[in-house]
Design a protein around this ligand. Structure first.
Ligand SMILES: *[C@@H]1O[C@H](CO)[C@@H](O)[C@H](O)[C@H]1NC(C)=O
Ligand SMILES: *[C@@H]1O[C@H](CO)[C@@H](O)[C@H](O)[C@H]1NC(C)=O
Length: 238
């Protein structure tokens, strides 16, 4: 192989290798800390497309729900009451593949819900408001409601129960944010206030997204320069 081809491959590799960071968010639809996390920490970081392309997102609304009966209309007690079960299930249906919504649309919808929902009022009117804010078509909204209100919603919610129990049973803290499938309390606590700080730590590409400059000690350009120097050294050794 020619040196030039090798150098070209190294360069292309450095530019395109885009290792996504797995981000799993365990939360509740009416939990104040979860709402603050979405609207003030996670979504502002997510909106930067350069950051977003590094995130492999899993949203798991369930939190500290407790299974209570086999009655299909009343299977769980939710941490903040009945309306939270409505919200958690509605969001579970948004997130499910069957919704047909892109991940981007899912996050927009949930961001609206997390900023507008209110513990002291019914959840579905907020869902209607947000559906129109994010331009969800009538057919999709109808399907989401049907899902949330029936056996499909229950079975997705049971999956969330299983995923949450697999992490911790009961969940210790809401929200809990897990990076690359390894629970770390310090990461989760820091991410609650500054999601970007922790995400940037796990992004191994250089340069890192520009937004990481604002939350890490070394600017991303230093890392970019380092990788160029390394590529140069490898090139000279060949
Ligand atoms: C994203 O995470 C899921 C598991 O949550 C995994 O199956 C999938 O392969 C990951 N995708 C990428 C691009 O890393
Ligand atoms: C959840 O876990 C239980 C017990 O392991 C299992 O029987 C059930 O099928 C699981 N539910 C889903 C939806 O994966």
């Amino acid at each position: 192989m020619s040196k030039y081809l090798v150098l070209l491959l190294i360069t292309i590799g450095a530019v395109t290798a885009q290792q996504k960071v797995s981000v799993k968010i365990y939360y509740e639809s009416l939990c104040e800390d979860s709402m603050a996390f979405f609207t003030k920490s996670f979504v502002p970081a997510w909106r930067d497309e350069d950051v977003q392309r590094y995130i492999n997102l899993s949203l798991i609304p369930y939190g500290k729900s407790i299974p209570k009966s086999s009655d299909p209309n009343n299977r769980w007690d939710c941490h903040h009451g009945r309306e939270e079960c409505v919200g958690n299930k509605f969001q579970s249906c948004i997130i499910d593949k069957s919704s047909g919504l892109t991940v981007k649309n899912q996050v927009d919808f949930i961001d609206c819900l997390m900023s507008k929902a209110d513990k002291s009022s019914a959840y579905m009117p907020t869902a209607d408001t947000c559906a129109s804010t994010v331009h969800t078509n009538a057919e999709t909204l109808k399907n989401l409601k049907q899902c949330a209100d029936g056996s499909q919603g229950n079975s997705i919610y049971e999956m969330n129960q299983n995923k949450t129990n697999a992490l911790q049973n009961p969940l210790q803290s809401v929200p809990t944010i897990v990076f690359n499938d390894r629970y770390n309390k310090a990461d989760s606590d820091t991410a609650q206030k500054s999601f970007l700080t922790v995400l940037c730590k796990y992004i191994m590409d250089s340069p890192k997204p520009k937004a990481c400059d604002s939350v890490s000690g070394a600017p991303s350009t230093t890392a970019g320069l380092m990788s160029l120097v390394t590529a140069g050294l490898i090139y000279r050794m060949l």
